[in-house]
Design a binder for this molecule. Structure first.
Ligand code: FDA
Length: 407
């Protein structure tokens, strides 16, 4: 018998356990996790440096459920409070590019160790290697089933994560349990995942550069994002691709016509690129196409573009036909990426879809379908962009649930 059973001891579950015990040490709290060593995802996060949060977090940094609900939950633990909380745990954070906040030690291990130390000090009980296989309502609360025992709890917090990196233990089983308790599950897809491209060009593997990337859905702009793109042996990766992946995958899931183009000259239009090449042909008529392109693009990418358009690299600008110049300008601002899919959950950093947000009370994270059931973290229909937003969602939703559970 435990008063509060938390299923899942990842970022959201650990934070919920700590917050509850710190707010009300009289409540008995037990965390169950199927993994022998919970917290694996914290360890691998941010290239093993753990991007704990971001200096500026708003509902606009997330996709999925209703922005008003996301805003409400984020307010439960604002970034300044997150930073102060981690400092109080002995993990001061510092800011890096794009507002990302990392531990000063640059070690995700220190983040996990601090959370585990605090959980232990708070007096909550952690039961690793204890997978919950089913949860049912009972007259007195809930019965949680493990392969060997039945555990009774007054209150249950589901914090089982999404489906990304399933070998860490978050494999979607928690979503099935939420469904069994009456919840609607928005169909899931990987998010923040590298994309597979039909024809990869070996020459550009390893090349990274800034682009504007557009996901076109049913012929209209679905989303336009800017950032670094990395060419790989399977296709493309890099922050802008990871952020775009959920848009491509969700459109494909809904059977909509979806395609991706990248503007290799970020911020530039066809007209401006065309005019620039016209001006260059006058100023430097003898310069080759390839040399001109390498002013802006890595040499291997410049070669790829010219080969694709069947233009001779050595052609002097003065000899470039108007129609070819226009073809080139068009290709540079709308380079098609023949995306065929993503690398899947094994390579995804997050999950799009999950438990529908509108079936929760955002002031408490309590289910509107099943009283006494609370849901937090990535298992909900919320996915943040790259930059520490998914962890902030875990901390904030944990805080909201904890405050509601202790009252
Ligand atoms: P999480 O998946 O962390 O934890 C769920 C826990 O529940 C697991 O320990 C699992 O074992 C347990 N569990 C599941 N089913 C169970 C069951 N039936 N019984 C018992 N236990 C069960 N985000 C960010 O903001 N900054 C970053 O730097 C990164 N970097 C990053 C890198 C990589 C490689 C990945 C895969 C992900 C990230 N993320 C990230 C995303 C971030 O890690 C993620 O959003 C949070 O860890 C989600 O926390 P949760 O606690 O919700 O789920």
């Amino acid at each position: 018998m435990t008063q509060v059973a938390i299923v899942g001891a990842g970022a959201a579950g650990l934070a919920t356990g700590i917050f509850i015990r710190r707010l009300n040490p009289a409540l008995s709290v037990t965390l169950f996790d199927g993994a022998a060593k919970p917290g694996a995802k914290i360890l691998v996060s941010g290239g093993s440096r753990c991007n704990v949060t971001n200096v500026a977090v708003t509902e606009r940094d997330f996709w999925g459920g209703k922005p008003t609900i996301i805003r409400r939950v984020l307010r439960g633990l604002p970034v300044t409070d997150t930073v102060a909380w981690f400092a109080s745990l002995g993990v001061p954070l510092h800011e890096e590019a794009h507002g990302k906040l990392f531990p000063d030690s640059n070690r995700s291990r220190d983040v996990l160790d601090a959370l585990m130390r605090e959980l232990d000090a708070s007096g909550a009980t952690l039961r690793p290697s204890t997978r919950i296989t089913a949860i049912t309502r009972s007259p007195a609360g809930f019965v949680l089933q493990t392969p060997g025992e039945s555990i009774h709890a007054d209150v249950v917090v589901l914090a089982t994560g999404g489906q990304s990196l399933p070998k860490t233990g978050s494999d979607g089983a928690g979503l099935a349990m939420a469904r069994d308790l009456g919840h609607r599950i928005v169909p899931t897809t990987p998010a923040l995942a590298p994309l597979i491209v039909e024809r990869t060009a070996p020459g550009v593997q390893g090349v990274a550069h800034d682009v504007d990337l557009t996901v076109w859905v049913d012929g209209s702009v679905g989303v336009r994002l800017s950032g670094a793109l990395l060419w790989t042996h399977f296709g493309v990766s890099g922050p802008v691709v990871l952020d775009a992946s959920r848009h491509w995958l969700r459109a494909a899931l809904e059977d909509r016509a979806v395609r991706v183009t990248v503007n290799l000259f970020p911020g530039e239009s066809f007209e401006r690129v065309d005019a620039d090449w016209t001006a260059r042909a006058v100023a430097r008529p003898r310069t080759s196409l390839h040399t001109t392109l390498t002013d802006a693009l890595p040499a291997s990418l410049a070669s790829l573009v010219l080969q694709h358009l069947q233009l001779d690299e050595t052609t002097p600008l003065a000899h470039l036909a108007r129609s070819d110049r226009r073809r080139l300008a068009h290709a540079l601002v709308e380079w098609p990426l023949a995306v065929t899919g993503s690398r899947g959950y094994n390579y995804a950093e997050a999950t799009a879809g999950g438990v529908a947000l509108d079936e929760l009370n955002p002031a408490s994270m309590e289910s509107r379908r099943c009283a006494g059931l609370y849901l937090v973290g990535e298992m909900l229909d919320v996915d943040g962009r790259i930059g520490g937003f998914n962890f902030q969602w875990a901390w904030s939703s944990a805080r909201v649930a904890a405050r509601a559970i202790i009252t």
